[in-house]
Design a protein around this ligand. Structure first.
Ligand SMILES: [Zn+2]
Length: 67
């Protein structure tokens, strides 16, 4: 892990992961509003959202950049 400059600056990787999670949530919500999603599709959406969330949490723990 190079440098500690991110303690002052906004962590770009954190931003990226947070955005990714938000995008997945938004897309999932949009999709379920647009049409009926199957149970399988819903499970897949949930799984992706959980994966994105755990990536974000893991990054925060590893990097110590949570706000
Ligand atoms: Zn970070």
């Amino acid at each position: 892990m190079p440098g500690f400059q991110s303690t002052v600056l906004t962590c770009i990787e954190h931003e990226r992961l947070a955005f990714e999670l938000l995008e997945l949530r938004t897309r999932g919500r949009y999709l379920t509003r647009l049409r009926r999603v199957s149970r399988q599709e819903q499970a897949e959406l949930d799984r992706r959202e959980q994966a994105a969330l755990s990536r974000l949490v893991d990054h925060e723990l590893e990097h110590g950049c949570s706000r």
